[in-house]
Write a protein that binds this ligand. Sequence first.
Ligand code: DAH
Length: 365
Amino acid sequence: MPGDDLLPLQTEAAAAIAAAATLEALEAIRVGLLGKSGAVTALLKQLGALAPEEKKTRGAALNILKTSLTDALAARRETLEAAALTARLTAEKIDISAPPRPEILGAIHPISRTMEEIAAIFGAQNFAIMDGPDIEDDWYNFSALNIPSHHPARAMMDTFYLNASHGNRPAVLRTHTSPVQIRTMLEWARLHGAHAEKPAIRIIVPGRTFRADHDATHSPMFHQCEGLVIGRDITLAHLKGCLIDFLHAFFGRPDLPLRFRASYFPFTEPSMEIDLGWDRKTGEIGGGGDWLEILGSGMVHPNVLANCGIDPREYQGFAFGMGIERLTMLKHGISDLRLFYESDIRWLKHYGFSPLSPAMLHEGF
Ligand code: DAH
């Protein structure tokens, strides 16, 4: 057979390749065979001196040898590389677990806690919790809420306008949770039609809101909770009963003095602010002769209902909005709103709540 003389080389080389223990050893073998002055290379160089017929058969035999060695080298390389990777992964393994450090155990943030308490109280009154996007367009945030483009309320709210738009509507960071009223009513009207028999909407909307404002009582990001009740027979009496119950439950004081004061919001008519009795000097709530504004409310403006495809001659309802930071500061005697966002574990340990005692109405807050 032509090329029989190559067999010893082939066998020897195959054994050496199989036995190569490292990538370096394997590379040395490759160079010894196929490198510039390797054994196979040397044989190939001799081809030039042969007669044409001989050259052909010898060339074919050498090519088979070369291919089989190249394949063997590649296979061995793959095996060694895989082994090297496994070895590295094992050697470089880091123990990312840390021993428990009870001294930095976290707590439920007071803002989260207030939201849980609000949800528990309104949940007991059969309210559902709704959500909406932080990035709104100005139709939802303003126009649909009966705040036309020239209206001073747009300036009053220190709106963050984004360098973007939804269609041809400017995008804003929502300045209040009220746009979720619009989203909820539109969806309800879409599902049930303007003259649906069934009553209707009963939601709260806890969430993040944004205004360009920063001092001890304002933060550019803060939280509100919106409320909306729509039905065929909803009156101002429902509004009052609902919010009085809420505030008494939230502050855990059935005797908490409350005052409904006529006010103005574009999206309600009539509108009211609710004040609670407190002592301006001591900051104590419930006592003293001072009043502190705590939330805004009113009967949903007919224009707002109409904007959402709900017939104001058949339906009415009430809405309210409250600042979650404000409620939390009052309830727990926190004087500077910026502390909420400093992520100071010592502060959290003082004002936070145990994850093991969730907000539950029957246990009181
Ligand atoms: N959106 C108002 C604000 O941010 C708060 C508010 C007042 C909401 C009255 C309401 C409402 O739903 O009826 O200042």
